[in-house]
Each structure stands twice: as C-alpha cells, then as structure tokens.
Design a protein around this ligand. Structure first.
Ligand code: TPP
Ligand code: MG
Length: 324
C-alpha cells in the first residue's frame, strides 16, 4: 500500500524560506520564554541548522519516518507539527502535542511520521533502521530518515545501525548534521577525520557531503537518496556541513568557539543564502521577504500567547502514559 500523496519533486524556495523563518522565529521565542522562566528544564536550539530539516522534510512523503535528537524542534516543525501544540508542549500544558509530558526534548507525533527525538546520543539510528526495515518487509514504499549530530558518529549504535542497514539494503537515509561541535568539544578534538562521510565506506554505503546551509542543496541530495531507497537501492549517508548559532544548550554561552569561525558561519546563515537566491531570481524583492518575516512573526506571537493561556494537565494525568 502506498500513499497517494507524493513528495515534492522540484524545490519551492519560497515555501522552504517560510518554513525556515517559522522555525527560526519559534526558537527565538523559546529562548525568550526560557529567559522569562516560563519554561522549565533545558532546551537545545538549532538556529543555523534549519536548512537541513526543511530541505530534507520537503523531499519526504508525509508518511515517511523521522527520528532525531534532543535538538529536534526544527525537524518536528519542518514536518508539520503545529506551532501552538509545540509551544504548549514546551510550556507543559495539556494542549501540548504530548500533553505536556515530553517537553523540548521529546516532540513526537506518529501521524506526522515523527517517531521520536532521542536524548541518548545515537539512540535514534537503530530505531530508524527498524522503521525502514519494517517498511521494506511491508513493501509500502516508505523510507526512514535519521537525523543526528557529528558526535553520534563516535557511538557504537551509529556503526551497528549503518552496518545492518547496508546488509539489509534498508530504505534508510542517515543525515548527519555536522555542526563541528559535540556538547562542548570541537569535533577535531574527538575525531580523527574531518569528513565524516568517509565512515560510510566501511559499510559499502553511498555517501555525500552536502552544504547543509543551502536548503536547495539539502533538498536535492535528500531527494536523490530517498528515490534510491524507494527503488530498493539501499541506504545513503548524507553529511550536512552546518553550524549552530548558539551553544549546546541554554546554559552554554559557547565561549570556546573562535570568534572568526562564528562570524564566517553567521555570514552563511541559511536564511541569508535563501534570501540571496530569491532576490537573484528577481521574483521576490526584499520588501516581499520582509512581509513574509513579519507575517510569520505575528503567527509566532499569537501561537505563544495561546499556549501560555492553555490549561495545565489535570493532576490525575500525572500517572497516565508514563512508565511507573
Ligand atoms: C550516549 C550519550 N553520551 C553522552 C550524552 C551527553 N550528551 C548530550 S548531547 C552531547 C553532544 C552530542 O553532540 P552532537 O552529536 O554533535 O550533536 P549536537 O549537540 O551538536 O547537535 C552529549 C555528549 C548523551 N546524551 N548520550
Ligand atoms: Mg554537533
């Protein structure tokens, strides 16, 4: 059985720009809500990495699967998670997508193909292989995309998942968001290779290095990998080179990163790259794009306000849907 809704075959840059702006503005608001102590716990923002999530999501079919990490707002929103349900979840409200029990690190909605954000580094990869393998056995044409950081490539589960996916020729795309840093450590201090794509060769797996800040480059690479996976040609490893604008979590000012490095990557902000391309096409003036930004800003403010006034879960719910 295959779905009648097919994935996009040509990139719609305006739509992708909108998606990226929405994610950026969502995370700016999340930062503010944390600073105002309206959210508890911690949060891991992905500002700067929006093009990976949006380019890949736009290449997927609605019934394809995603797994991702504690840094997962961008992946959940890119695949259609509603703003208000996301804000309410982070605020612990009853209207949150997981009824306020998951919070920032666990945005999950199976009917959008969002099979989970995993806080244990590398833990989402074997699950993505299982989802892909199940689709392969059912012959339903679905593919499974696993998003993870550079740090995960030094975890055993990464290697086990890559190996089995290759042996089974499972329809799985391994998407590494190489942002050059693990929790606080530079990749070069933990890893002997600069290009992580090389690691796929141990598993006889096709791999590609992608400009992870160029949403069209990500869309094209993901589309090609997904098409091969659907045709039964097996898994692909995509190494998306990118950078996060902030530190690891809200308590990390990231002082350990050289200022020139930060500046160089800020100049390659995925939103700037997309705006430049849209301006080149002459169909969209700066004023048009500013109008899009303002519209989305208003949507974000309204969704956050609604979530802030949403009810708290009933006390009796405290022991439902959790392992005792
Ligand atoms: C197995 C495991 N070890 C350590 C940690 C603590 N930890 C959380 S995030 C992180 C860094 C991961 O870096 P990376 O995979 O590059 O992802 P990024 O945070 O850059 O998105 C670490 C070590 C963990 N959650 N799980
Ligand atoms: Mg990283």
């Amino acid at each position: 059985m295959s779905t009648e809704v097919e994935a996009a075959t040509t990139p719609d840059l305006v739509a992708m720009y909108r998606d990226m702006v929405r994610i950026r503005a969502f995370e700016e608001m999340v930062q503010q809500l944390f600073m105002q102590s309206l959210m508890s716990g911690t949060t891991h923002l992905a500002q700067g990495q929006e093009a990976v999530a949006v380019g890949a999501a736009r290449a997927m079919r609605p019934d394809d699967y995603s797994t991702y990490t504690y840094r997962g707002h961008h992946h959940a929103l890119a695949r259609g998670l509603e703003l208000e349900a996301a804000f309410a979840e982070l605020l612990g409200r009853a209207t949150g997508v997981n009824r306020g029990k998951g919070g920032s690190m666990h945005l999950t909605q199976s009917d959008l193909g969002l099979y989970g954000s995993f806080a244990i580094v590398g833990a989402g990869l074997p699950v993505a292989v299982g989802l892909g393998r199940a689709a392969q056995l059912r012959r339903d044409g679905r593919v499974s995309l696993s998003f993870f950081g550079d740090g995960a490539t030094n975890i055993g589960a990464f290697h086990e998942a890559m190996n089995l996916a290759s042996v089974w020729k499972a329809p799985v795309i391994f998407v590494c968001e190489n942002n050059l840093y693990g929790e606080y450590s530079a990749l070069r201090s933990t890893t002997p290779v600069e290009d992580l794509a090389i690691r796929a060769s141990s598993y006889a797996m096709r791999a590609q290095i992608v400009d992870g800040n160029d949403v069209i480059a990500v869309f094209d690479a993901a589309s090609a990998a997904i098409a091969r996976a659907r045709e039964g040609e097996g898994p692909t490893f995509l190494e998306c080179k990118t950078y996060r604008h902030r530190g690891h979590s809200r308590s990390d000012p990231a002082k350990y990163r050289p200022a020139e490095e930060v500046q160089a990557w800020m100049a390659r902000d995925p939103l700037i790259i997309a705006r430049d391309k849209l301006a080149e096409s002459e169909a969209h003036t700066d004023a048009d794009l500013d109008r899009i930004d303002a519209e989305i800003g208003a949507d974000i403010d309204a969704a956050a306000e609604r979530a802030k006034s949403a009810p708290w879960p009933d006390l009796r719910e405290v022991i439902t849907n959790v392992y005792a």
